[in-house]
Design a protein around this ligand. Structure first.
Ligand SMILES: C[S@@+](CC[C@H](N)C(=O)[O-])C[C@H]1O[C@@H](n2cnc3c(N)ncnc32)[C@H](O)[C@@H]1O
Length: 276
């Protein structure tokens, strides 16, 4: 795609054509790139179809990045999760649709009005704590991450959703330094086995958000140990589709009340809640 001074409609068609061989929903991506470039919504694109696109070179640079398989979310700094809009950049993992099920899982176990102390380990962009805080008006959250860049993304989103009073960010590993009593621990930790070959678009995402150790489930097991030793009543966690058996075996002969697994939208095992 080349040329200067295109009109909005022309540009949208040309972007979609350039992206068509590379992405499944090229027309929608073209629209989103233009909306981001112009700082506008769908209606504006329609109403101003014949306006000239300003600064087309910048738009072409975004198209080049997308054609190199950089995720659209990192180019537009926007991601949708659980019906809400969030800021995203390369400092944090792009939220996945299946993580909405982890939010649902937690909401299944708690009464809406109860005042509870939550801790989220591995807050990333903040989407889990933010969505839980929106649904649980009396809950308080401490959210940890080892990545300063991820915490910066989370801080932006917490501010965007006006939840600074109830979500506190801490730069630490797991629960190190978190001395408060915890009612509910929640996490979508890194759980992929080191050395596994990943699709090229995943190379843009922070690798310490993806890889959980030599086997993959090391962080999950550390979080289970912390749940048991600190007598945390609930622990809900996302996991890899093939980790159910290992987690069940790990809990044999350990003292807990119940362990329930849930599946994702494709029917794969995707997480569990441990009650102590
Ligand atoms: C899979 S991402 C999840 C991010 C976000 N909660 C979500 O669901 O989109 C895992 C996050 O855990 C963080 N992390 C990795 N090891 C950690 C550790 N030992 N303690 C705290 N956070 C850790 C990573 O930096 C990353 O932000």
């Amino acid at each position: 795609m080349s040329g200067r001074s295109r009109r909005i409609k022309q540009s949208q068609i040309a972007l979609a054509k350039a992206l068509a061989p590379l992405v499944p929903n090229a027309a929608r991506e073209a629209q989103l790139l233009l909306m981001h470039h112009l700082g506008c919504d769908e209606l504006y694109l329609l109403a101003h179809a014949e306006d000239v696109v300003p600064n087309e070179a910048k738009l072409m640079e975004m198209l080049r990045r997308r054609m190199e398989n950089e995720p659209l979310e990192y180019i537009t700094n926007r991601v949708d999760f659980y019906g809400e809009e969030f800021y995203i950049d390369k400092g944090a993992l792009i939220p996945r649709p299946e993580t909405e099920l982890l939010v649902d899982e937690v909401l299944r176990y708690v009464e809406k009005e109860r005042s509870m102390q939550f801790v989220e380990v591995g807050v990333g962009s903040g989407i889990i704590s933010i969505m839980l805080a929106k649904h649980l008006p009396n809950a308080r959250f401490i959210a940890t991450d080892i990545s300063k860049a991820a915490l910066e993304v989370a801080a932006k989103n917490i501010q965007k959703h006006s939840l600074q009073e109830r979500i506190e960010l801490r730069h630490t590993s797991l629960l190190d330094g978190v001395e408060e009593d915890i009612d509910y621990l929640v996490s979508n930790p890194p759980y992929i086995e080191e050395g596994v070959f990943l699709e090229s678009n995943l190379s843009y995402e922070p690798q310490n958000a993806l890889f959980g150790g030599e086997v993959g489930d090391e962080i999950i097991k550390e979080l289970i140990n912390l749940t048991l030793s600190r007598k945390i009543k609930f622990f809900s966690c996302e996991m890899g589709y093939d980790q159910k058996d290992k987690i069940q075996s790990y809990l044999i002969n350990k003292n807990y009340k119940s362990l329930e697994f849930y599946k994702d939208y494709s029917g794969f095992d995707r997480g569990f809640t441990l009650q102590c």
